[in-house]
Design a protein around this ligand. Sequence first.
Ligand code: AN0
Ligand code: CP
Length: 318
Amino acid sequence: MKKFTCVADIGDLSLAVKEALEVKADRFAYTELGRNKTLLMIFFNSSLRTRLSTQKAAMNLGMNVMVLDVNQGAWKLETERGVVMDGDKAEHLLEAIPVMGSYCDIIGVRSFARFESKAEDYEERIIEQFIRYSGRPVFSMEAATRHPLQSFADLITIEEHKRVARPKVVLTWAPHPKALPQAVPNSFAEWMNAADYDFVITHPEGYELDEKFVAGATVEYDQRKAFEGADFIYAKNWAAYQGDSYGKILSTDRSWTVDAEKMALTNNAYFMHCLPVRRNMIVTDEVIESPQSLVIEEAANREISAQVVLKRLLEGLK
Ligand code: AN0
Ligand code: CP
């Protein structure tokens, strides 16, 4: 594998899950593979899980790891070509990227949607420049439109817990006080469609996602109806995608919060969320603390998804 930014990069999903379960059963089987290889993780945004799980995965493979928080101690980076750099940005991405590439073998990048320009976000201008100019295999640690390490961990978690071959999986929008990217729901949809589950998306009107990601999924505006018979409820907030509303909050309606009464409509569904989660906005204390909540297992599987991806990138070197 030469890069990892979307579901297509991982290839056959059943093989990927099989490999994940092998890695999980013996996470130190490949400690020689990463010897004297260096991972550089670059964060333009905050992280708890991605930072720790990816570093742990790299250490399981015997790699050396460097972490750079761009906004804490590095020079402020200009990202647009052609700008007269007379402002507060001291360095251009076009120098910074090949320099960073010269110190490592593999690069992970976290760069969220900025909501300044839909085109800039949906063309993935930041991570695409890393792919083009670093000279190294690049993987996404959540880019503007996708979070594939998360979706891969979600898929592993569903495969471990499903009770039928083709479960009903429901992605539900839930309220949040700050505008959040569409990366997690886009990516989750992309992976659930690729896995060919019975996949339903529910959200208030105006929160329609990019059709490219919705693809074959069923969209149901009535959240209660969507929950009926569900095997997995995957909650997430996102800001509006469509038209002039791009990046805006259209609703904070707490009647969309996932609670026990709604979970009772499901087929005793498991509850999932990528974390970090705002309790009693997205989900009630009762549901997230219930035996059906998979949020901790899901986060733990981030180490596994990262390890499969790093293993394949290491195998693809040279
Ligand atoms: C981010 C998001 O919604 O994309 C990261 C989730 C993994 N969440 C927040 O910024 C709260
Ligand atoms: N789920 C996830 O990516 O968490 P972090 O933002 O803490 O890395």
